[in-house]
Design a protein around this ligand. Structure first.
Ligand code: GLN
Length: 448
């Protein structure tokens, strides 16, 4: 598959031909189920779009039954920016319903398969975007990351996925899951393409009240893998990962040393607190965000005996089990009597996590961490929702702290599945993030 960088120099005719062949390839492999449908806007380089990002006049459903029939009335800011930069939204990719999940199994459209091994999940919630890029069915894609949904599917499918600093990329036109955590980001074949796409979508937006009014300096022009960096490694933290992931971590550390970087050992607080703080915060915000889906304003409606019954019937039928579970959890942690014990406490833990990162960044440029404790699991292997939540240990603290991170494939496990690791940088230091990632990418020379 050609890279984004290469595709940007194709002529309109070449791009049109390329899009026809891409469409044919997508239609020839319906079993993979990476795409929900394939529409195209504009004459530029095709980029696949997660089904929670609005493209004007396209259906947009966040992988849910409740939004069937809803048509986006305007473009998300990232889509406007893409169109201005000569990129074309091309196809909606599959996702866990409302981005809640780590496997893409909770989608209304059925599961997406992992192109590296079709018995395995592609990760989630941006599993469709990751599978499309990994299968050669997209040059690049957009995903969204609330607690790892870009980085983890990227790691499971052997591609690159990047979550920007909170506030760098506008959330205007993104279906909200947990507003204080959500960020849109690039999913690509290599680090340089991720930098190019990140440059295109980043920037202050007055339509998003949490957008950071801080200049976005172009990173892709200045990529420098030769920069020597101080990189923190986390020997204790990594011990919760499988042997394969630990081996890959050691291999990456050795590779970074060989590339001339300075390695410093640091400690992170116990990730079990991250899980609690995240699942309380995310469900509380999700409950509030999803209250708007009442059958009156958007998508599907199931008419009941009276107004209240219409709300109940619409929501009972429209939402899937995982979404309902989170709505209940979120209401519980916000209810009077429990608010202080859960929600307020989770916000305090969030501060501690932020402080922990800030302390490490006083001394280093980047942190190297696993993305997931294992490689992609087989379908049906996770026996309970709790087990799935626990698999998020390495990604969610980064969203709680609002930091940028990038996942890149480093090696394959004994079972042949890719292992991705992530770099984490200080807030707004995307340049260092990409420089370090490019250095590691060069050094390990991962070839699926
Ligand atoms: N797996 C996490 C969750 O289910 C993260 C999802 C995401 O980043 N959207 O909440």
């Amino acid at each position: 598959m050609i890279t984004l960088k290469e595709a940007l120099s194709l002529s309109k005719d070449e791009l049109n031909k390329f899009k026809d062949s891409l469409k044919a390839k997508i239609q020839a492999d319906p079993e993979l189920n990476a795409y929900i449908d394939v529409n195209n806007v504009g004459e530029g380089v095709p980029i696949a779009i997660k089904d929670n990002i609005q493209v004007k006049d396209w259906s947009v459903t966040s992988g849910s039954n409740i939004l069937q029939g809803y048509i986006a009335p305007y473009n998300a800011t990232v889509i406007e920016k893409m169109l201005n930069a000569g990129l074309s939204p091309f196809g909606r990719t599959n996702m866990d319903e409302f981005a809640m999940g780590s496997t893409t199994e909770s989608s209304f459209y059925g599961k997406t398969l992992n192109p590296k091994n079709r018995d395995c999940v592609p990760g989630g919630s941006s599993g469709g975007s990751a599978a499309a890029v990994a299968a050669g069915l997209a040059i690049a894609a957009l995903g969204s990351d609330t607690g790892g949904s870009i980085r983890q599917p990227a790691a499971f499918c052997g591609i690159v996925g990047m979550k920007p600093t909170y506030g760098r990329v506008s959330r205007y036109g993104l279906g909200a899951y947990a507003s204080s955590l959500d960020q849109i980001g690039p999913m690509t074949q290599n680090v340089e393409d991720a930098a190019i796409l990140y440059d295109i979508i980043c920037g202050y937006d007055e339509k998003d009240s949490t957008s950071a009014n801080i200049a976005c300096e172009k990173v892709s022009d200045k990529l420098n893998p030769e920069r020597k960096l101080r990189i923190a490694v986390l020997p204790e933290y990594v011990k919760d990962a499988s042997d394969d992931v630990q081996k890959a971590y050691t291999y990456a550390v050795e590779s970074l040393k060989a590339a001339g970087h300075t390695i410093v050992e640091k400690e992170m607080m116990n990730p079990k607190y991250d899980i609690s703080a995240y699942y309380i915060t995310a469900t509380a915000e999700a409950t509030t965000n999803l209250a708007r889906y009442d059958g009156i304003r958007y998508g599907n409606r199931k008419v009941g005996k009276n107004l209240e019954d219409t709300f109940i019937q619409t929501r009972s039928e429209g939402f899937g089990d995982e979404v309902k579970r989170r709505i209940m959890l979120g209401n519980f942690v916000l209810s009077s009597g429990y608010y202080d014990a859960y929600y307020v406490k989770a916000q305090k833990v969030r501060h501690l996590i932020k402080d922990n990162y800030a302390k490490i960044f006083e001394d280093v440029d980047l942190i190297l961490s696993p993305v997931a404790p294992t490689t992609a699991n087989k379908f049906g292997e996770l026996s309970s929702p709790i087990e799935m939540y626990l698999s998020d240990i390495y990604t969610i603290s980064i969203n709680l702290a609002g930091l940028p991170a990038i996942s890149l494939p480093v090696t394959n496990a004994a079972n042949g599945m890719p292992i991705g690791l992530q770099f984490i940088a200080n807030a707004y230091d995307e340049q260092t993030l990409f420089d370090g990632a490019m250095s590691l990418e060069k050094q390990v020379n991962y070839n699926a």
